[in-house]
Design a binder for this molecule. Structure first.
Ligand SMILES: Cc1cc2nc3c(=O)[nH]c(=O)nc-3n(C[C@H](O)[C@H](O)[C@H](O)COP(=O)(O)OP(=O)(O)OC[C@H]3O[C@@H](n4cnc5c(N)ncnc54)[C@H](O)[C@@H]3O)c2cc1C
Length: 373
């Protein structure tokens, strides 16, 4: 057992979920150890990337839309602790090419939350955003309460901050098994025991928590970092975040910001692949993405491809997150389905609250799934 006044918590995973849980626990005085199979942070984690979108516009997930003010607030607390703000507010422009509920549902929940948004007349789209393909556009709006989070900087600064607050990091420590009844983890021949265990193992979570096999399904996803043609570079330098709801799979796009490249991804889940496998995206990986990008962007074939990357996250059936008690002393947290970074810090805070006795274990799954209890 521990010599400190509060219990010792073992956290598996140094992505945004694990590190945020460690951060929220450390703020409450807990002793924390983090086990990470790769380097800390790990470039293979879902969380490790140049940028991530954050937004109040949340389509039909109005439960998550309602959590976004809290999600923004928790990140503000994090910036205060880190002494630096790894977030840039940017407008979000949502484009519609066929009728999908996401478009109007987002506007309704933003009205409820008092988040400003305004329609963009279709006749103005080409002059405001010369990179966009306007053919087939049937609607467009611009929303506030959005922007870009910078995950590599966030993870790196969190690690430095937490190490300074006494969190012990075990890098290159692949946890082979966990026992949530005794809060123990096994790494090779070594067994580590804490008082509480949190498994935040991203796309590998079902290997440690068998109940999640087939529930949180690893999904290989392609993204591309691209360089726009020179005549569009200036327009891209002042571009918003774009979500194009399709035809086909649609795209999401993060504009180049200082220290980041222009990145485009698509909305379709593959629900296949091995997160330990090769991360260079194949032609097959990017085929659908490039086809979708050619529908979103004019002259997409003139863009230079800088990197094709295969990434992983888990996907649940209804795209909700999992946070729940396992065994007598354990918790599992999977902020998944491709939308968990913006809510990652809040999810870590939520798990820490339960461990600290500020919220009951029973409330946790509903809350994390974005449902009212
Ligand atoms: C291409 C892409 C685009 C995305 N875009 C957005 C976006 O725009 N906005 C948004 O909000 N979200 C987005 N997401 C989702 C978001 O990034 C993820 O939901 C979030 O990062 C998940 O964090 P995590 O900590 O749960 O998992 P991870 O970041 O994967 O962390 C899990 C960690 O656990 C470690 N681990 C696993 N097993 C073990 C073990 N046995 N022993 C030790 N360590 C272990 C892993 O190495 C890893 O470091 C995107 C994700 C991807 C991949």
């Amino acid at each position: 057992m521990t010599h400190s006044a509060l219990p010792r918590v073992l956290v598996v995973g140094s992505g945004i979920a694990g590190l945020s849980t460690a951060w929220a626990l450390t703020r409450r005085g807990f002793a924390v150890e983090v086990f990470e199979q790769g380097q800390v942070p790990n470039a293979k984690a879902s969380s490790y990337d140049e940028h991530r979108i954050t937004r109040h516009a949340y389509g039909t997930f109005d439960g998550y839309a309602r959590m976004m003010p809290d999600a923004f607030r928790v990140y503000e607390d994090l910036w205060a602790d880190l002494g630096v703000r790894h977030f840039e507010p940017l407008p979000l422009v949502v484009l519609k090419r066929e009728d999908v509920p996401w478009f109007d549902a987002s506007r309704a929940s933003m009205d409820e939350l008092d988040v400003a948004h305004r329609d963009i007349p279709l006749g103005e789209v080409a002059s405001r955003y010369p990179m966009l393909e306007t053919e087939g556009l049937t609607g467009a709006y611009e929303a506030e309460g959005a922007g870009v989070l910078f995950p590599i900087r966030i993870l790196t600064d969190l690690v430095v901050h937490l190490a300074g607050r006494g969190v012990r990091f075990h890098a290159g420590a692949r946890v082979d098994a966990v026992d949530p009844e005794t809060a123990t983890v096994r790494v090779g021949a070594a067994t580590h025991r804490g008082d509480v265990l949190v498994v935040a193992a991203g796309a590998w979570v079902d290997r440690l928590v068998p109940r999640l096999k087939g529930v949180a399904v690893p999904s290989r996803q392609a993204v591309a970092f691209v360089a726009p043609p020179p005549d569009l570079a200036e327009a891209w330098s002042r571009a918003p975040v774009f979500i194009d709801l399709g035809l086909a799979s649609g795209t999401y796009t993060l504009p180049p910001r200082p220290g980041t490249r222009l990145k485009v991804g698509d909305h379709e889940f593959t629900r296949r692949g091995d997160p330990d496998g090769d991360r260079l995206a194949t032609d097959e990986d990017v085929a659908r993405l490039f086809a979708a990008a050619a529908l979103s962007y004019r002259d997409f074939d003139r863009y230079g491809v800088l990197e094709r990357k295969a990434c992983f996250y888990t996907v649940t059936e209804d795209e909700s997150f999992i946070a729940e008690a396992i065994g007598a002393r354990g918790y599992v947290l999977s902020a998944c389905s491709g939308h968990g970074f913006k809510l990652g810090a809040l999810m870590g805070e939520g798990v820490a609250r339960v461990i600290a006795g500020e919220r009951t274990r029973d409330e946790l799954p509903h809350w994390a799934a974005g449902r009212r209890a």
